[in-house]
Design a protein around this ligand. Structure first.
Ligand code: BES
Ligand code: MN
Ligand code: ZN
Length: 491
């Protein structure tokens, strides 16, 4: 949960801001807009910056005590924005996050950092600040309340555009925070039923349609993938469906599918202990889909969106699927399960086939912590994008860029497809001959998209972070939400 309150106000006299700290921008190495403040402080800020060798790069913050010379203001924060000509929304996102992370003992900050910024830059700054303020405290007996409670964004002139940008940033940050909360939740309580309940609660609160298929309905419907993956667990699977209908005419019909493995042990193809604890976040794609859907009513986008989250716990047991089993997916295709740890594609295959049959979408996008291999290829901060449609790929890359999330397009290598041929079933669930595990996983999913315009985000790399950095938090990052929301806005 983030508890930081943000508001907008005109920048006036910073010495009488009424906050514990004031923040001013440093652009091209020069402290801006601190005239009266510097005078009251009796400090030559330019000389100070020089002495401290403060470069003022985006993300840099230099903190100075006011020694009682600024009334209630006890600290002055110099916030780097880099060179004016290089400044983008990303600069401001980083600066907003840095301000929050380096505010020290201040409970409130009046920031003049965005005094001259565009609405998009103010929004990015706000987003960075809100996301950096995130902490997962649900299971602390005595959670330490955050010191910083309030940031006022000083702007030259307040207007409707700025207000709207801030509201939008608030929704986007809240949706990202929701993913972090869901994904950071330990799997002890986080069962498929629990995830379905959370989705239902959010759907009711925001006015979405919600349907949850339980095992009986899944069996009757022929969802062999979801059932097989869930079969080893004492806590049965669910298929969660959320529906958003815009008030007016819809510009497009979109199907979003998110992997909802509430814990991935690997099943009988069990994982080594190293890193298994991280598999509580194997539903981060599903959480992203839930978070995007629940944000749509407030954002009021003119698109019709169905979100599907196949949720299952992948456990080894006497009832678990065995390597070599053949399962039948929704729609009838059979798959030889050679590795029960390649479970994400099995639940997604059912959901993709079902969602397409049910909703006849113009676009299909799935989000999944699908393969360790994507992290080997791209590292921790970049997710893989696969698509069978160039325009869709371009639109998603542009959306990611605007949202401050990094996507890299990966190839669907046709030659690798035959690696998925099985001697006993229509397909097998792993490749092997060629390597490129993320590519074969994507090619597997492609078999279930009926030739629709489809994109797959493999977020196994970027869904988790080992450390706090900029707006990213240690643990679940909430990756994908802002890209998807930005893309939906562009339709
Ligand atoms: N959930 C994992 C992928 C994963 C790995 C996510 C690391 C986050 C961090 C997925 O279900 C999986 O186990 N994939 C296997 C596929 C393999 C068996 C073909 C993998 O990547 O090793
Ligand atoms: Mn797995
Ligand atoms: Zn998995």
């Amino acid at each position: 949960m983030a508890t930081l309150a943000l508001s907008i106000a005109p920048v006036g006299d910073l010495t009488s801001a009424g906050a514990d700290a004031v923040a001013v921008p440093v652009v091209g190495g020069e402290v801006l807009g601190a005239g009266k403040l510097a005078a009251a402080l009796g400090v030559d800020l330019a000389a100070h910056v020089e002495r401290e060798a403060f470069k003022g790069e985006p993300g840099d913050v230099l903190s100075l005590p006011a020694y009682g010379r600024l009334g209630d203001v006890s600290t002055v924060l110099l916030v780097g924005l880099g060179r004016a000509e290089d400044a983008t929304a990303a600069t401001f996102r980083k600066a907003g996050a840095a301000l929050v992370r380096k505010a020290g003992k201040a409970e409130s900050v009046f920031s003049a950092v965005t005094a001259e910024a565009t609405p998009a830059e103010v929004a990015a700054f706000a987003e960075g600040a809100l996301l950096a303020a995130y902490a997962f405290t649900a299971h602390k007996s005595e959670p330490k309340p955050a010191t910083l409670r309030r940031v006022v964004l000083g702007v030259r002139r307040r207007n409707a555009k700025l207000d709207a940008a801030l509201v939008r940033a608030g929704h986007r940050a809240a949706a990202t925070t929701l993913v972090r909360d869901l994904a950071n939740e330990p799997s002890l309580d986080k069962t498929p039923a629990w995830l379905a309940k959370e989705a239902s609660r959010l759907a009711k609160r925001t006015g979405l349609g919600v349907t949850v298929l339980e095992p009986k309905a899944l069996a009757a419907g022929g969802f062999g993938g979801i059932l097989a993956v869930g079969s080893g667990s004492a806590r049965p699977p669910r298929l969660i469906r959320l529906d958003y209908k815009p008030a007016g005419k819809a510009r497009a019909r979109v199907l979003l599918v998110g992997k909802g493995i509430t814990f991935d042990t690997g099943g009988l193809s069990i994982k080594p202990n190293d890193g298994m604890a991280a598999m509580k976040t194997d539903m981060a794609g599903g959480a992203a889909v839930i978070a995007v859907l629940q944000a749509l009513p407030a954002l009021g986008l003119p698109v019709r969106v169905t979100g599907l989250v196949p949720a299952a716990e992948n456990m080894p047991s006497g009832t678990a699927a065995r390597p070599g089993d053949v399962i039948r997916h929704y729609g009838g295709r059979t798959v030889e399960v050679l590795n029960t740890d390649a479970e994400g594609r099995l639940v997604l295959a059912d959901a993709l086939a079902y969602g397409i049959a049910e909703t006849d979408p113009d676009y299909v996008v799935d989000v999944a912590t699908l393969t360790g291999a994507i992290g080997i290829a791209l590292g921790k901060r970049v997710a893989g994008l696969f698509a069978n449609d160039d325009a869709l790929a371009t639109a998603l890359l542009a959306a990611a860029d605007e949202a401050g999330e990094r996507l890299w397009r990966m190839p669907l290598v046709e030659d690798y497809r035959r690696d998925l041929d099985s001697p006993v079933a229509d397909l097998k669930n792993i490749g092997g001959k060629f390597g490129g595990g993320s590519i074969t996983a994507a090619l597997f999913l492609r078999e279930f998209v009926d030739g629709r315009r489809w994109a797959h985000l493999d977020i196994a790399s970027a869904a988790r972070s080992d450390n706090d950095e900029d707006e990213i938090s240690k643990g679940a990052t909430g990756f994908g939400v802002r890209t998807l929301l930005t893309w939906l806005e562009s339709l």
